[in-house]
Design a protein. Structure first.
Length: 354
Protein backbone atom coordinates (compact mmCIF):
# COMPACT_ATOMS: atom_id res chain seq x y z
CA UNK A 1 0.00 0.00 0.00
CA UNK A 2 1.06 3.57 -0.66
CA UNK A 3 2.09 5.60 2.38
CA UNK A 4 -0.57 8.27 2.19
CA UNK A 5 -1.50 10.45 5.15
CA UNK A 6 -4.23 8.52 7.05
CA UNK A 7 -5.85 11.79 8.09
CA UNK A 8 -6.36 12.69 4.42
CA UNK A 9 -7.85 9.29 3.63
CA UNK A 10 -10.16 9.52 6.65
CA UNK A 11 -11.25 13.06 5.76
CA UNK A 12 -12.14 12.12 2.18
CA UNK A 13 -13.90 8.96 3.36
CA UNK A 14 -16.04 10.96 5.79
CA UNK A 15 -16.96 13.55 3.16
CA UNK A 16 -18.01 10.82 0.73
CA UNK A 17 -19.96 8.95 3.42
CA UNK A 18 -21.91 12.10 4.30
CA UNK A 19 -22.42 13.63 0.86
CA UNK A 20 -22.13 10.87 -1.73
CA UNK A 21 -25.18 8.67 -1.23
CA UNK A 22 -26.54 6.55 -4.11
CA UNK A 23 -29.37 9.08 -4.44
CA UNK A 24 -26.88 11.91 -4.99
CA UNK A 25 -24.99 9.86 -7.56
CA UNK A 26 -28.24 9.19 -9.42
CA UNK A 27 -29.14 12.88 -9.22
CA UNK A 28 -25.76 13.80 -10.70
CA UNK A 29 -26.39 11.39 -13.55
CA UNK A 30 -29.70 13.16 -14.14
CA UNK A 31 -27.89 16.48 -14.48
CA UNK A 32 -27.78 17.90 -10.94
CA UNK A 33 -24.29 19.08 -10.08
CA UNK A 34 -23.36 17.83 -6.54
CA UNK A 35 -22.44 21.25 -5.19
CA UNK A 36 -22.13 20.23 -1.54
CA UNK A 37 -19.86 17.30 -2.33
CA UNK A 38 -17.55 19.32 -4.54
CA UNK A 39 -17.42 22.29 -2.17
CA UNK A 40 -16.64 20.08 0.80
CA UNK A 41 -13.75 18.39 -1.00
CA UNK A 42 -12.47 21.66 -2.44
CA UNK A 43 -12.54 23.29 1.01
CA UNK A 44 -10.05 20.68 2.23
CA UNK A 45 -7.65 21.77 -0.51
CA UNK A 46 -7.27 18.16 -1.66
CA UNK A 47 -8.66 18.77 -5.14
CA UNK A 48 -5.33 20.57 -5.71
CA UNK A 49 -3.23 18.05 -3.80
CA UNK A 50 -0.65 17.87 -6.60
CA UNK A 51 -0.19 21.63 -6.84
CA UNK A 52 2.84 23.04 -4.97
CA UNK A 53 2.20 25.46 -2.13
CA UNK A 54 3.92 28.19 -4.12
CA UNK A 55 1.27 27.82 -6.83
CA UNK A 56 -1.75 27.75 -4.53
CA UNK A 57 -1.83 24.09 -3.52
CA UNK A 58 -1.72 22.42 -0.09
CA UNK A 59 1.68 20.87 -0.63
CA UNK A 60 0.44 17.28 -0.32
CA UNK A 61 2.43 14.33 -1.66
CA UNK A 62 1.86 12.29 -4.80
CA UNK A 63 0.83 9.38 -2.57
CA UNK A 64 -1.82 11.57 -0.93
CA UNK A 65 -3.28 12.48 -4.31
CA UNK A 66 -3.42 8.86 -5.43
CA UNK A 67 -5.19 8.01 -2.17
CA UNK A 68 -7.76 10.74 -2.83
CA UNK A 69 -8.57 9.32 -6.26
CA UNK A 70 -8.91 5.79 -4.91
CA UNK A 71 -11.07 6.83 -1.97
CA UNK A 72 -13.48 8.96 -4.03
CA UNK A 73 -13.71 6.19 -6.63
CA UNK A 74 -14.70 3.75 -3.90
CA UNK A 75 -17.76 5.94 -3.31
CA UNK A 76 -18.40 6.55 -7.03
CA UNK A 77 -18.13 10.30 -6.41
CA UNK A 78 -19.62 11.98 -9.53
CA UNK A 79 -17.16 14.89 -9.57
CA UNK A 80 -13.91 15.48 -11.50
CA UNK A 81 -11.53 14.86 -8.61
CA UNK A 82 -9.05 12.83 -10.63
CA UNK A 83 -9.23 15.22 -13.56
CA UNK A 84 -8.64 18.27 -11.34
CA UNK A 85 -5.68 16.53 -9.71
CA UNK A 86 -4.23 15.75 -13.15
CA UNK A 87 -4.79 19.35 -14.27
CA UNK A 88 -3.07 20.65 -11.15
CA UNK A 89 -0.18 18.25 -11.68
CA UNK A 90 0.36 19.58 -15.21
CA UNK A 91 0.13 23.19 -14.05
CA UNK A 92 2.61 22.55 -11.26
CA UNK A 93 5.03 20.89 -13.68
CA UNK A 94 4.85 23.99 -15.90
CA UNK A 95 5.17 26.41 -12.99
CA UNK A 96 1.68 27.85 -13.51
CA UNK A 97 -0.73 28.86 -10.77
CA UNK A 98 -3.84 26.70 -10.39
CA UNK A 99 -7.29 28.32 -10.22
CA UNK A 100 -10.05 27.10 -7.89
CA UNK A 101 -12.95 25.06 -9.18
CA UNK A 102 -13.29 21.83 -11.17
CA UNK A 103 -10.82 21.29 -13.99
CA UNK A 104 -10.15 18.71 -16.66
CA UNK A 105 -7.37 17.89 -19.10
CA UNK A 106 -7.04 17.55 -22.88
CA UNK A 107 -6.28 15.82 -25.11
CA UNK A 108 -7.06 12.40 -23.70
CA UNK A 109 -6.09 10.66 -26.93
CA UNK A 110 -2.40 11.04 -27.87
CA UNK A 111 -3.09 11.10 -31.61
CA UNK A 112 -5.06 14.37 -31.29
CA UNK A 113 -3.15 17.61 -31.76
CA UNK A 114 -4.00 21.08 -30.45
CA UNK A 115 -1.80 23.94 -31.63
CA UNK A 116 -0.84 27.13 -29.84
CA UNK A 117 0.52 30.16 -31.66
CA UNK A 118 2.97 32.75 -30.39
CA UNK A 119 0.14 34.87 -28.97
CA UNK A 120 -1.25 32.03 -26.83
CA UNK A 121 -4.22 31.26 -29.10
CA UNK A 122 -5.31 27.64 -29.48
CA UNK A 123 -6.62 25.82 -32.55
CA UNK A 124 -7.83 22.24 -32.74
CA UNK A 125 -10.16 19.88 -30.95
CA UNK A 126 -10.14 17.04 -28.45
CA UNK A 127 -12.61 14.18 -28.06
CA UNK A 128 -13.79 12.14 -25.08
CA UNK A 129 -12.72 14.82 -22.61
CA UNK A 130 -14.05 13.85 -19.15
CA UNK A 131 -16.30 16.41 -17.44
CA UNK A 132 -15.73 18.82 -20.34
CA UNK A 133 -19.15 20.45 -19.92
CA UNK A 134 -18.80 20.84 -16.13
CA UNK A 135 -15.21 22.01 -15.73
CA UNK A 136 -14.47 25.68 -15.15
CA UNK A 137 -10.97 25.41 -16.62
CA UNK A 138 -9.15 23.05 -18.95
CA UNK A 139 -5.44 22.34 -18.90
CA UNK A 140 -4.38 21.65 -22.45
CA UNK A 141 -1.16 20.21 -23.83
CA UNK A 142 -0.62 22.09 -27.08
CA UNK A 143 2.02 22.08 -29.76
CA UNK A 144 3.79 25.43 -30.04
CA UNK A 145 6.25 25.26 -32.90
CA UNK A 146 8.15 22.02 -32.38
CA UNK A 147 7.66 21.79 -28.63
CA UNK A 148 4.71 21.06 -26.39
CA UNK A 149 3.46 23.58 -23.90
CA UNK A 150 0.96 23.48 -21.03
CA UNK A 151 -1.92 25.94 -21.40
CA UNK A 152 -4.62 26.96 -18.93
CA UNK A 153 -7.92 27.79 -20.63
CA UNK A 154 -11.27 29.00 -19.32
CA UNK A 155 -14.01 26.55 -20.19
CA UNK A 156 -16.28 29.43 -21.22
CA UNK A 157 -13.81 30.28 -24.00
CA UNK A 158 -14.12 26.79 -25.52
CA UNK A 159 -16.94 24.96 -27.25
CA UNK A 160 -17.66 21.72 -25.38
CA UNK A 161 -20.31 19.30 -26.61
CA UNK A 162 -22.67 17.54 -24.24
CA UNK A 163 -22.25 13.81 -23.79
CA UNK A 164 -21.78 11.09 -21.22
CA UNK A 165 -19.66 8.00 -20.73
CA UNK A 166 -20.92 4.55 -19.72
CA UNK A 167 -21.20 5.69 -16.11
CA UNK A 168 -23.43 8.62 -16.99
CA UNK A 169 -20.68 11.13 -16.20
CA UNK A 170 -20.16 14.11 -18.47
CA UNK A 171 -17.79 13.41 -21.33
CA UNK A 172 -17.62 15.14 -24.69
CA UNK A 173 -15.61 16.83 -27.37
CA UNK A 174 -14.08 20.28 -27.01
CA UNK A 175 -13.37 22.65 -29.88
CA UNK A 176 -10.60 25.22 -29.49
CA UNK A 177 -11.41 27.74 -32.19
CA UNK A 178 -9.17 30.79 -31.70
CA UNK A 179 -9.30 30.17 -27.95
CA UNK A 180 -7.14 32.52 -25.90
CA UNK A 181 -5.17 30.99 -23.03
CA UNK A 182 -5.18 32.33 -19.50
CA UNK A 183 -1.54 31.32 -19.15
CA UNK A 184 1.02 29.04 -20.76
CA UNK A 185 4.29 27.52 -19.69
CA UNK A 186 6.85 24.95 -20.83
CA UNK A 187 6.55 21.56 -19.17
CA UNK A 188 9.49 20.31 -17.14
CA UNK A 189 8.96 16.69 -18.21
CA UNK A 190 10.46 15.35 -21.44
CA UNK A 191 7.17 14.74 -23.26
CA UNK A 192 4.12 16.22 -21.50
CA UNK A 193 1.61 14.42 -23.74
CA UNK A 194 3.17 11.04 -23.01
CA UNK A 195 3.47 12.07 -19.36
CA UNK A 196 -0.25 12.85 -19.19
CA UNK A 197 -1.07 9.47 -20.72
CA UNK A 198 1.05 7.71 -18.11
CA UNK A 199 -0.19 9.73 -15.16
CA UNK A 200 -3.78 9.43 -16.37
CA UNK A 201 -3.42 5.67 -16.73
CA UNK A 202 -1.95 5.42 -13.23
CA UNK A 203 -4.83 7.48 -11.82
CA UNK A 204 -7.46 5.41 -13.62
CA UNK A 205 -5.77 2.26 -12.28
CA UNK A 206 -6.13 3.62 -8.75
CA UNK A 207 -9.77 4.50 -9.42
CA UNK A 208 -10.50 1.02 -10.76
CA UNK A 209 -8.82 -0.48 -7.69
CA UNK A 210 -11.08 1.62 -5.46
CA UNK A 211 -14.24 0.70 -7.36
CA UNK A 212 -13.28 -2.98 -7.25
CA UNK A 213 -12.86 -2.77 -3.48
CA UNK A 214 -16.37 -1.35 -3.28
CA UNK A 215 -18.01 -4.05 -5.40
CA UNK A 216 -16.30 -6.74 -3.32
CA UNK A 217 -17.67 -5.11 -0.18
CA UNK A 218 -21.18 -4.96 -1.65
CA UNK A 219 -21.00 -8.54 -2.90
CA UNK A 220 -19.92 -9.92 0.47
CA UNK A 221 -22.64 -7.99 2.25
CA UNK A 222 -25.32 -9.10 -0.19
CA UNK A 223 -24.23 -12.75 -0.10
CA UNK A 224 -24.49 -12.80 3.70
CA UNK A 225 -27.95 -11.23 3.70
CA UNK A 226 -29.60 -12.90 0.70
CA UNK A 227 -31.32 -16.11 1.79
CA UNK A 228 -32.08 -18.87 -0.71
CA UNK A 229 -33.31 -22.38 0.09
CA UNK A 230 -33.29 -21.52 3.77
CA UNK A 231 -29.73 -20.26 4.14
CA UNK A 232 -27.57 -17.28 3.07
CA UNK A 233 -26.16 -17.71 -0.42
CA UNK A 234 -22.71 -17.01 1.04
CA UNK A 235 -22.81 -20.58 2.36
CA UNK A 236 -23.08 -22.09 -1.12
CA UNK A 237 -19.78 -23.32 -2.49
CA UNK A 238 -20.32 -21.83 -5.95
CA UNK A 239 -20.89 -18.37 -4.45
CA UNK A 240 -17.87 -18.77 -2.18
CA UNK A 241 -15.76 -19.66 -5.22
CA UNK A 242 -16.98 -16.57 -7.08
CA UNK A 243 -16.30 -14.30 -4.12
CA UNK A 244 -12.81 -15.74 -3.71
CA UNK A 245 -12.12 -15.09 -7.40
CA UNK A 246 -13.41 -11.53 -7.03
CA UNK A 247 -11.18 -10.97 -4.01
CA UNK A 248 -8.22 -12.16 -6.06
CA UNK A 249 -9.00 -9.68 -8.83
CA UNK A 250 -9.33 -6.87 -6.30
CA UNK A 251 -5.98 -7.71 -4.71
CA UNK A 252 -4.21 -7.97 -8.06
CA UNK A 253 -5.59 -4.66 -9.34
CA UNK A 254 -4.73 -2.86 -6.11
CA UNK A 255 -1.18 -4.21 -6.06
CA UNK A 256 -0.59 -3.27 -9.70
CA UNK A 257 -2.02 0.22 -9.21
CA UNK A 258 0.15 0.80 -6.15
CA UNK A 259 3.23 -0.45 -8.00
CA UNK A 260 2.61 2.09 -10.77
CA UNK A 261 2.07 4.92 -8.30
CA UNK A 262 5.20 3.94 -6.37
CA UNK A 263 7.24 3.90 -9.58
CA UNK A 264 6.09 7.44 -10.39
CA UNK A 265 6.95 8.60 -6.89
CA UNK A 266 10.39 6.95 -6.85
CA UNK A 267 11.56 7.27 -10.43
CA UNK A 268 9.55 10.06 -12.03
CA UNK A 269 7.14 10.02 -14.94
CA UNK A 270 9.80 9.73 -17.68
CA UNK A 271 11.72 6.75 -16.30
CA UNK A 272 11.48 3.48 -18.30
CA UNK A 273 10.70 1.61 -15.08
CA UNK A 274 7.68 3.87 -14.60
CA UNK A 275 6.44 3.22 -18.13
CA UNK A 276 6.67 -0.53 -17.51
CA UNK A 277 4.83 -0.30 -14.18
CA UNK A 278 2.08 1.96 -15.52
CA UNK A 279 1.51 -0.28 -18.54
CA UNK A 280 1.25 -3.35 -16.31
CA UNK A 281 -1.13 -1.56 -13.93
CA UNK A 282 -3.50 -0.33 -16.64
CA UNK A 283 -3.62 -3.79 -18.20
CA UNK A 284 -4.13 -5.67 -14.94
CA UNK A 285 -6.63 -3.22 -13.48
CA UNK A 286 -8.59 -3.23 -16.73
CA UNK A 287 -8.72 -7.02 -16.80
CA UNK A 288 -9.82 -7.08 -13.17
CA UNK A 289 -12.50 -4.51 -13.94
CA UNK A 290 -14.05 -6.73 -16.58
CA UNK A 291 -13.82 -9.98 -14.63
CA UNK A 292 -14.71 -8.42 -11.27
CA UNK A 293 -17.78 -6.59 -12.52
CA UNK A 294 -19.07 -9.78 -14.12
CA UNK A 295 -18.66 -11.75 -10.90
CA UNK A 296 -20.30 -9.05 -8.79
CA UNK A 297 -23.35 -8.95 -11.02
CA UNK A 298 -23.57 -12.74 -11.04
CA UNK A 299 -23.60 -12.77 -7.24
CA UNK A 300 -26.25 -10.05 -7.05
CA UNK A 301 -28.47 -11.30 -9.86
CA UNK A 302 -31.16 -8.84 -10.91
CA UNK A 303 -30.61 -6.68 -7.82
CA UNK A 304 -27.31 -5.45 -9.22
CA UNK A 305 -29.01 -3.72 -12.14
CA UNK A 306 -31.62 -1.75 -10.20
CA UNK A 307 -31.23 2.03 -10.18
CA UNK A 308 -31.69 2.33 -6.41
CA UNK A 309 -28.92 -0.15 -5.58
CA UNK A 310 -25.39 1.23 -5.85
CA UNK A 311 -23.54 -1.69 -7.47
CA UNK A 312 -24.00 -0.34 -11.00
CA UNK A 313 -22.48 3.00 -9.97
CA UNK A 314 -19.16 1.22 -9.52
CA UNK A 315 -19.36 -1.36 -12.30
CA UNK A 316 -20.31 1.16 -14.98
CA UNK A 317 -17.40 3.36 -13.93
CA UNK A 318 -15.11 0.36 -14.15
CA UNK A 319 -16.23 -0.24 -17.72
CA UNK A 320 -15.77 3.43 -18.62
CA UNK A 321 -12.37 3.86 -16.96
CA UNK A 322 -10.91 0.86 -18.82
CA UNK A 323 -10.76 2.90 -22.02
CA UNK A 324 -9.60 6.24 -20.61
CA UNK A 325 -5.94 7.10 -21.32
CA UNK A 326 -5.63 3.97 -23.42
CA UNK A 327 -7.36 0.56 -23.17
CA UNK A 328 -5.54 -2.63 -22.25
CA UNK A 329 -4.73 -3.44 -25.89
CA UNK A 330 -2.77 -0.20 -26.37
CA UNK A 331 -0.82 -0.60 -23.15
CA UNK A 332 -0.20 -4.29 -23.91
CA UNK A 333 1.44 -3.29 -27.20
CA UNK A 334 3.60 -0.74 -25.39
CA UNK A 335 4.55 -3.30 -22.77
CA UNK A 336 5.47 -5.76 -25.50
CA UNK A 337 7.57 -3.18 -27.34
CA UNK A 338 9.42 -2.31 -24.13
CA UNK A 339 10.09 -5.96 -23.29
CA UNK A 340 11.20 -6.97 -26.77
CA UNK A 341 13.33 -3.87 -27.19
CA UNK A 342 15.17 -4.50 -23.93
CA UNK A 343 15.89 -8.15 -24.74
CA UNK A 344 15.38 -11.37 -22.81
CA UNK A 345 18.21 -10.79 -20.35
CA UNK A 346 16.66 -7.50 -19.19
CA UNK A 347 13.20 -8.91 -18.42
CA UNK A 348 13.81 -10.31 -14.94
CA UNK A 349 15.86 -7.32 -13.71
CA UNK A 350 13.11 -5.01 -15.01
CA UNK A 351 10.41 -6.92 -13.15
CA UNK A 352 12.31 -7.09 -9.89
CA UNK A 353 13.16 -3.38 -10.07
CA UNK A 354 9.50 -2.32 -9.82
Amino acid sequence: MLKADPIIVDTVSRICADLCSPERVNAAEDGTWPTELWDALQDTGLSLAWVPESAGGPGATLADGFAVTRTTARSAAPIPVAETLLAGWLLGDAGLRAPPGPMTVAPIRPEECIRCDADGVLQGSASSVPFAAQAEHLVVIALRGDTRTVALVQASACKPTAGTNLAGEAQGSVSFDATHCVSTGPADMTDPLAGLQRMGAAVRSQQMAGALERILELSLEYARERVQFGRPIARFQAIQHNLAALAGEVAAAGAAADAAASAIIRHGIDDPRTVLAVAAAKIRAGEAAGAGAAIAHQVHGAMGFTREYSLHHSTRRLWAWRDDFGPESIWAMRLGEITIGAGARALWPALTAL
